[in-house]
Design a protein around this ligand. Structure first.
Ligand code: SF4
Ligand code: SF4
Length: 444
């Protein structure tokens, strides 16, 4: 019997069309647009100007806020301009444009692919190196990893959780990475264990990836205190709180953080980036991106330099077909629909999904029939049928008391609703408004 979380969840069709495809290096593009906002906090501050020559891996912007992160050049070339570009949310954000002329790596970045198991840095040095390297959560949250590793005074991490769940339909980037870099991921886990001062690590992988489970178990057997947990397939098991519950049985309290229950969790892609930063001195300048969809001729897992245009990835996978209804950055449940394909890949880009017209279209919303299905599937124990009208009526106090801030925006409620009510859209906007009110209250 596989473990899983117990509250809510849905079973959308998996559609893992790119499963089994290796990670292909995507060619270095002629121009990259490297966004200064690729992390949860304030934008990084550019430290290069127009005309500057930069090398691959060179620092080009410094993260200055608490939840900010450093940004490095993903190519070797010249900064042609620094100006606003549309990002996945549809807003204009500042980006450093670099025209690539070569691929010469900065200073002492080690580009060899030999597995380096000897961890020379101590805990503080590891956290500092991860901060310098601009590593953020690659599962999509883009929370700076060095902040996660700095356990607040009075709290204690008991163990590390590694998220290899990849429960979003269609996406296979983490799956492909686990099959190609299991040795590096294991060393990354040892690095994170050392940084946190813990002896136990638990890796969660859903049962629809038996090859990754078997491989990771084989590699984990060489280490002490690393255990692989095959999990029942259920969305949104990759949510941090759901994964912690599934593996440890511990429940992160409303408004709390995993460390409140003695856990720190990282996605497998982040663990690999940590390995490269600490063992190879390589900052985060590329990531694995799944390009997929029923209309895509060659679904693929590409290793892509940050700032590469999404349009180029779609072209390489076979191009846009006529009945493409939507381009999504991420998966179908939590991804963002793109207004245009001329958007750069960022640290949080796990996939590019092309939905067919029929998959993308929504039925006309009907009145709520009080079936309770949205409540039954909500993994956070919320009442989406109630939150939607409260959000429509701007009843922010009530929304806050109904714990709207606990919503993880998984979309399970919208997915299951027989009346096709746009529950997530309204819950998300209500959450944004309540979040603003809470932040302004804290400033007073
Ligand atoms: S989107 Fe929010 S309200 Fe809807 S099921 Fe997910 S957590 Fe619950
Ligand atoms: S699932 Fe839809 S119809 Fe059923 S209670 Fe929720 S909002 Fe109403």
């Amino acid at each position: 019997m596989f473990k899983t979380f117990h509250k809510g969840g849905v079973h959308p069709p998996e559609n893992k069309l790119s499963a089994g495809r290796p990670v292909e290096p995507f060619p270095v593009p002629a121009t990259v647009a490297i966004l200064l906002s690729q992390h949860m906090g304030a934008p990084a501050k550019a430290i290069v100007e127009k005309g500057a020559a930069v090398k691959t891996g060179q620092l080009i912007a410094k993260g200055e806020g608490f939840l900010s992160g450093n940004i490095h050049s993903s190519v070797t070339g010249k900064v042609s301009r620094i100006e606003a570009v549309t990002d996945a949310s549809g807003y204009k954000r500042q980006a450093v444009f670099i025209e690539a002329v070569a691929d010469e790596w900065f200073d002492d970045i080690n580009t060899d692919t030999l597995l380096d198991k000897e961890i020379k840095l101590n805990a503080a040095e590891i956290i500092n190196k991860i901060n310098e390297s601009g590593i953020v959560g690659l599962g999509g949250a883009t929370f700076p990893s060095h902040v996660k590793l700095s356990v607040p005074r009075g709290k204690k991490a008991d163990f590390l959780i590694v998220n290899g769940v990849e429960c979003e339909p269609y996406l296979t980037a983490d799956h492909a990475l686990m099959l190609e870099k299991p040795g590096e991921i294991m060393v990354g886990i040892e690095i994170l264990k050392k940084a946190l001062g813990v002896t136990q690590a638990h890796i969660g992988i859903e049962a629809n990836k038996p090859d990754a489970i078997a491989l990771m178990q084989k590699f984990a057997s060489e280490y002490t205190g690393v255990k692989v947990h095959p999990l029942k397939v259920k969305y949104p098991q990759g949510g941090e709180k759901q994964l912690i519950k599934a593996i440890t049985g511990r429940e992160v309290p409303s408004g709390g953080l995993p460390v409140d229950v003695g856990v720190v969790a990282f996605n497998v892609g982040t663990v690999f980036a940590v390995y490269e930063a600490v063992q190879k001195n390589k900052p985060l300048i590329e990531r694995v991106v799944t390009v997929t969809g029923k209309n895509i001729k060659n679904p693929a897992n590409f290793r892509v330099r940050l700032g590469t245009p999404v349009a180029g990835l779609i072209e390489a996978a076979g191009g846009l077909s006529e009945n493409t209804g939507k381009i999504i950055m991420g998966g179908p449940m939590m991804g963002k629909a793109l207004a245009i394909a001329d958007i750069p890949v960022v640290k949080g880009t796990s996939g590019i999904l092309l939905l067919q017209d029929d998959e993308a279209s929504r039925n006309k919303p009907q009145p709520c029939v009080r079936c309770g299905k949205c409540v039954a599937v909500c993994p956070m124990g919320l009442e989406p049928y109630l939150l939607m009208p409260l959000s429509q009526k701007n009843e922010f106090d009530r929304l806050e008391s109904e714990h709207i801030m606990d919503c993880m925006e998984c979309g399970s409620c919208s997915y299951i609703c027989p009346s096709a009510r746009p529950l997530l859209d309204f819950v998300r906007s209500g959450k944004n408004n309540v979040g603003k009110i809470i932040r302004s209250r804290k400033k007073q």
